[in-house]
Design a protein around this ligand. Structure first.
Ligand code: FE
Length: 237
């Protein structure tokens, strides 16, 4: 079985919000799909360990914000690699209140869909929630929605450990021929790769900046980990 085949499935990148009685949370999911058009229903697969799962079970509602290609990795990292049990992920994020009383993330979103849970399926580590759509709209008619492939190829993103999608094995070390180039460093927390050739445009780090030359206080643009959490590509810890 060659599980790389799963990478050929196309997905998007979404922020799923839920919550109840003033306590709200959101998380990244790539597994959202429309199930029927009449009545309009949608499904999402959520890890049972995630705070958002607990909130969907309690409130029986969820909202989906469809992110644009330009959505920064810091936004994706905030919702994908941190737990709402530890931080208020929605603090400082633009939202609007949905019909079900759940805040919908509007920052970097091209559209949103809000749904009430009508059914669910136990899938072991995850639950698939089936929702009847109560509201949806376009937020940005011009921006392109981000696909999962774009997230991997252009943004250098990785799948969080609780994602339902296939987790790639650790990439083998690069051959020695590339050793002369400035080394790339991998975040051991989230898998983000710092590539000196690209720099970190979102963190105002110019292309050509070596990892050693990153400014003090620089942190992983995805998960916020500090520099000592990075290891040189190919290095075995
Ligand atoms: Fe990271």
């Amino acid at each position: 079985m060659n599980k790389s085949a799963f990478y050929k499935l196309s997905y998007g990148i979404y922020i799923i919000t839920s919550g109840k009685e003033g306590r709200f949370n959101g998380q990244i999911a790539n597994t959202v799909f429309q199930v029927t058009s009449e009545p309009p229903t949608i499904a999402v697969s959520i890890n049972k360990q995630n705070y958002t799962h607990e909130q969907i079970v309690a409130s029986r509602s969820f909202a989906v914000s469809i992110l644009e290609e330009a959505a920064p990795m810091t936004l994706i990292g905030r919702f994908g690699f941190k737990s709402g049990k530890e931080i208020d992920k929605l603090e400082g994020i633009r939202t609007r209140m949905g019909k079900t009383g759940i805040p919908i993330v509007t920052d970097h979103a091209v559209a949103f869909i809000e749904a009430e849970v009508v059914s669910e399926m136990d899938c072991g580590t995850h639950t698939i929630f089936l929702g009847r759509i109560v509201e949806c709209d376009i937020l940005d008619a011009v921006a392109e929605p981000m696909t999962y492939a774009y997230y991997h190829a252009v943004k250098g993103g990785k799948a969080p450990k609780n994602a339902p999608t296939y987790q790639a094995e650790q990439a083998p070390p690069k051959p020695a021929a590339t050793a002369a180039k400035a080394a790339r460093y991998t975040c051991t927390v989230c898998g983000y790769i710092y590539d000196p050739e690209k720099g970190d445009p979102e963190g105002n780090v110019k292309p050509g900046t070596g990892f050693e030359d990153l400014p003090a206080g620089w942190v992983c643009p995805v998960c916020g980990a500090e520099k000592d959490k990075f290891k040189k590509e190919g290095q075995v810890l």
